[in-house]
Design a protein around this ligand. Structure first.
Ligand SMILES: *[C@@H]1O[C@H](CO)[C@@H](O)[C@H](O)[C@H]1NC(C)=O
Ligand SMILES: *[C@@H]1O[C@H](CO)[C@@H](O)[C@H](O)[C@H]1NC(C)=O
Ligand SMILES: *[C@@H]1O[C@H](CO)[C@@H](O)[C@H](O)[C@H]1NC(C)=O
Ligand SMILES: [Zn+2]
Ligand SMILES: [Zn+2]
Length: 506
């Protein structure tokens, strides 16, 4: 056992009685509270529901969101909001506020999935084999909702809110294209959200640090020599070779990745959210879970407490810590080869995805997938080529939330919804191209609950039976608007790179 992976260190809890939980100024608090009421007004709510249903009936795939883009621009025109278009083919970038720095961005993705909707309702998808099954119709609507209520308060905005309507989130890496176009230059922070049936309506969930995994795709063609199934000695069987390839790929995670992947560094740690830690501290088992260790790149960790003492009025806990930084996944989801009972085919195609949180683990997986596929195919005299499809499906980095924005989010969402509606979330192996923004500027991504326990249970994202609880729309609109406006109030001094420049260009 490698004891270097077991690190003990001191955790110092500064327990200040009566430290206020919220740090928003009164005017900011007032403003953000009003946004939820503003978004729930019938004229705003009904307008959002109409837009969302229109989008739902006409789903468009990545980089083909032409009608969606047009609808967005028509609504922005009606609201008197200037925008840039086209950005990244179908993208639209709107601006509300002074037109000067500081700039803060709020983002919605626009694309649908290629699948058949199975929900029978009045506003079912009118396009066969296309469906908004990931809720991006709701995301676009919420950003328009935010735009509407922000426009009503434009005079109070101390800077510029940048609306990012982004194409092609579902594998197309639209976020990367938006960045490449320079569209969010000079923006100092960005917020994004995703609807989810995993939490209740009116609740949100997220975490600082790693939230979603980095993700890549691969496709491999394993070629042999086809022939009669009854005389295999005259063929080179790619089906058997592929079977071994698939099994060997599973060993990358189960046998090569460190099950704990504990790259914990020795050192001091300052912990925020002390009250939560104290609440979770389970003294009888001397074990507690600490989910918030600032913005360090730890996916999750468990702290094993072994000592507790008082020092100058502070509680000092001594603990072992095991951090699981880098869970990994390799899945083969596609397998095509042969279509007769008695014929050995010439070749087999497989495809799949691989996920990891750290860049290092991700690169290692990529390298080993290529090696394993070609070498294992060669064992059975087959040739193989591996394609990582980076053009059509760029690798997504891990979604890593900024620690300061996490505090901002907790304050704003806590004020808007009640602090008990702001949940901590475990990291997930899902992926989001929002991560491209976070590689360049501080960004924060969170989940917005929409399950109503008194109504029917909603299906998961990407299900053909997926439904949106439309009551979620005002929550998304209000959160977008509040996060942006209060961010600007808190960061008045963020440097103007080109004072007034934006306005001239509009
Ligand atoms: C594999 O590639 C080599 C070199 O191009 C070729 O000679 C051989 O026939 C190929 N084998 C199969 C099974 O395709
Ligand atoms: C503490 O942990 C022990 C053992 O895991 C468990 O039985 C007990 O219920 C826990 N107590 C609290 C307050 O969570
Ligand atoms: C950002 O600021 C620079 C000046 O510092 C300016 O040249 C540039 O046009 C701005 N970017 C955008 C997208 O407006
Ligand atoms: Zn999706
Ligand atoms: Zn999605």
């Amino acid at each position: 056992m490698n004891f270097l992976n077991w690190v003990h260190f001191f955790i110092v809890f500064h327990v200040f009685a009566g430290t206020p939980h919220f740090s928003l100024t009164d005017s900011s608090k007032q403003l953000t509270t009003n946004f939820l009421d503003a978004a729930k007004r019938p004229e705003v709510f009904d307008w959002m529901v109409r837009i969302r249903r229109k989008l739902h009936e006409n789903p468009e795939l990545g980089y083909e969101e032409f009608e969606t883009s047009r609808l967005i621009r028509e609504e922005l025109d009606k609201l008197g909001i200037p925008y840039k278009h086209p950005v990244a083919i179908t993208g639209v970038i709107g601006f509300i506020g002074t037109g000067r720095s500081p700039f803060v961005a709020i983002r919605a993705d626009m694309d649908a999935l290629s699948m058949q909707e199975m929900v029978e309702w009045e506003h079912k998808s009118k396009v066969p084999e296309k469906m908004h099954a990931c809720g991006h119709d709701a995301h676009v609507t919420m950003l328009l909702g935010a735009a509407k209520i922000l426009k009503e308060h434009e005079k109070e905005i101390q800077g510029t809110v940048v609306l990012v309507f982004q194409p092609a989130e579902e594998g197309g890496g639209g976020a990367k294209k938006i960045l490449d176009a320079g569209a969010i230059e000079n923006v100092t922070a960005i917020f994004g959200l995703h609807v989810t049936p995993a939490f209740r309506l009116g609740e949100v969930a997220s975490r600082p640090g790693p939230l979603l995994a980095g993700s890549g795709f691969f496709e491999a063609i394993i070629s042999g020599k086809g022939g009669h199934a009854a005389i295999p000695q005259h063929s080179i069987d790619p089906i058997l070779a592929t079977s071994n390839v698939i099994i060997s790929l599973q060993h990358l995670v189960s046998r090569e990745a460190d099950p704990l992947d504990s790259q914990v560094k020795f050192g001091h740690t300052r912990i925020s959210g002390e009250k939560d830690v104290m609440a979770e501290h389970n003294s009888s088992s001397h074990l507690f879970d600490k989910r918030d260790l600032g913005s360090k790149p730890w996916a999750s960790c468990t702290i094993y407490l072994y000592d507790k003492m008082l020092f100058q009025g502070h509680s000092i806990l001594r603990a072992f810590l095991i951090a699981s930084i880098s869970p990994q996944v390799v899945t083969v989801g596609k397998l095509e080869g042969g279509n007769a009972f008695n014929v050995i085919p010439d070749s087999v195609t497989i495809g799949g995805t691989f996920r990891a949180f750290s860049k290092q683990s991700f690169e290692q997986l990529r390298k080993r997938i290529e090696q394993v596929v070609t070498a294992q195919a060669a064992v059975q005299r087959c040739n193989a080529t591996v394609n990582f499809l980076e053009e059509e499906k760029p690798f997504f980095p891990a979604t890593i939330n900024n620690g300061d924005l996490h505090k901002h989010f907790q304050t704003v969402a806590g004020n808007l919804l009640g602090i008990n509606k702001v949940n901590d979330m475990q990291p997930s192996m899902g992926a989001e191209d929002f991560s491209f923004y976070q590689e360049v500027i501080p960004g924060y991504f969170f989940m917005l609950g929409m399950q109503n326990p008194t109504l029917e249970k909603l299906e998961q994202l990407h299900s053909p039976y997926f439904k949106i609880n439309e009551d979620v729309l005002p929550y998304g609109a209000a959160l977008h608007a509040s996060l942006a406006v209060s961010y600007l109030l808190k960061h008045p001094q963020d440097l103007p790179s080109a004072e007034g420049k934006y306005h001239d260009e509009l």
